[in-house]
Design a protein around this ligand. Structure first.
Ligand code: ZN
Length: 471
């Protein structure tokens, strides 16, 4: 059939026949394991309300910044893709028109992980057997729309079909977690848990910081204009998140800078941050101090800590003005960890009650900084290849550059880190295949026995994420 969509069963495996046959055997052991998704950005409202997804474009195009950043780079305006604007301008609402535009430009994704994920979604989730082209666009659109109207495609049904054991979402401490509450009291057995992401109240350069901190005080009944009251309020919200199942915090800082300042200095910085007039250097001091404070709180309440530094957020100033944050305009930066983390590690690095999972968008840091750090400090672990490197080459590079120094057991399994719910199985499948491919090479080179590799493959696909995130 012309334009047939096929998923080759050996995709992403090594082309060497010996390695390929080992990879196949390893993959057979992990292919059907339940999905542990300990970090991501799906909308808890989907699972709380369990309403049908509206249409193909709003499910598969509009929420996915991997998709529209590529289209934007080729001159396709975000308005025409239905991405909501913050200034109230009119954007395309018609799912079919958005879908046609997407199909016309689908060739742009050749060779990208988005293509791999999307083919998996079409083939496995919607049982489509033809490739997306301008000619097939309407048929595929209608097929997906028909599916979305069926009960088997409701959010909870898909969650169960995807064999997700646990799914973590990400929320601000100011979030009342209404959807999580509703889910828990609904009697549904699916496990969706929040993650505590305090950036709006710990980063003085976050939009609306003074108002956010004031609101934090109102929610908790603490005087958040004072350092001790502010800390108590943050801790109080951590406890609330944990009561609804959270096991982790997440921190999206510009750098990995940490500090260990006196409480007088902290009091002064907080005042400046709230009154305005804090300098960029002082804001960095404040964020750095907050990471150390969060580590201290983690030792007390057991929440696992994740640090995602190195994204220059909202790089495109006019796009930020018109469409807001998280619109595919974030660019990786060179990132230092060795010096940056030292104040925090001096206090808590040897305490194995702390688990700080480090991510990077600076691949050059893997073998030089991150693997040696995680291969030494009991408090540190390495998160998987992230964002721009959540890709076959990114995953291969991650294993090649970290395993010899940090081993497999200072890593934490896979995170899909996605807003695109239907792509979750695809993303985990890529990670499982790439880990099996890496292990197959070690077996073929007689660096690992096959039974050991099998054990590691199961750990990487399932057990390590459960253990690292206390799930
Ligand atoms: Zn994330």
């Amino acid at each position: 059939m012309k334009n047939e969509l096929r998923l080759n069963e050996d995709r992403l495996f090594p082309s060497d026949p010996d390695q390929r046959s080992i990879a196949r055997k390893l993959y057979a052991e992990v292919e059907s394991l339940p999905i542990i998704s300990p970090h991501g950005h799906t909308d808890p409202q989907w699972f709380a309300e369990n309403e049908p997804f509206r249409d193909p474009a709003s499910m598969l195009v509009i929420p996915d910044h991997y998709v529209y950043r590529m289209l934007y780079s080729q001159g396709v305006p975000l308005e025409s893709l239905g991405v909501p604007a913050t200034d109230g301008r009119v954007v395309e609402q018609d799912s079919r028109r958005i879908w046609r535009l997407f199909a016309q430009n689908w060739f742009l994704f050749r060779g990208t992980p988005t293509q791999i994920w999307f083919h998996h979604v079409l083939h496995e989730v919607f049982h489509i057997r033809e490739r997306l082209t301008p000619e097939s666009a309407d048929r595929i659109h209608d097929r997906i729309a028909d599916c979305l109207a069926c009960p088997e495609f409701l959010p909870r049904a898909l969650f169960e079909r995807f064999n997700i054991e646990v799914l973590a979402t990400t929320e601000s401490p100011l979030d009342p977690l209404r959807h999580h509450n509703k889910m828990r009291s609904s009697g549904w057995s699916g496990r969706v848990i929040p993650t505590y992401r305090p950036d709006p109240v710990t980063d003085p350069e976050f939009e609306g910081f003074p108002g956010n901190v004031k609101k934090l005080g109102e929610i908790t009944g603490e005087d958040t204009a004072m350092w001790q009251g502010y800390l108590r309020a943050l801790f109080d919200r951590r406890r609330f998140f944990a009561s609804l199942g959270a096991t982790a915090t997440d921190h999206g800082h510009l750098t990995a800078a940490t500090r260990d300042l006196s409480s007088d200095a902290c009091e002064t910085l907080l005042k400046k941050a709230l009154q305005g007039g804090i300098t960029p250097e002082e804001a960095e001091e404040f964020r750095g101090q907050m990471l150390t404070e969060m580590a201290r709180m983690s030792i007390e309440d057991g929440l696992v800590m994740q640090l995602h530094p190195g994204a220059f957020r909202n790089h495109n100033i006019s796009l930020f003005r018109d469409f807001g944050r998280d619109k595919g305009a974030d660019i990786p930066m060179r990132t230092d960890y060795v010096r940056a983390l030292k104040p925090l590690l001096d206090r808590f690095g040897n305490d194995s009650r702390l688990s700080l999972i480090l991510f990077t968008l600076d691949e050059s840091a893997y073998s030089r900084e991150l693997a040696p750090l995680a291969g030494h400090y009991p408090a540190l672990k390495l998160g998987p290849a992230w964002w721009f490197y959540d890709s076959p080459e990114g995953m291969r590079f991650f294993r090649e550059r970290t395993t010899e120094t940090a081993g497999f057991y200072n890593t934490v399994g896979f995170n899909d880190d996605t807003r695109a719910f239907p792509s979750i199985p695809a993303r985990h499948d890529v990670a499982r295949r790439m880990d099996c491919a890496f292990l197959a090479r070690l077996v073929a080179e007689h660096r690992l026995d096959e039974d050991e590799a099998r054990d590691v493959a199961i750990d990487l696909a399932y057990r390590l994420a459960k253990k690292a995130y206390k799930l």
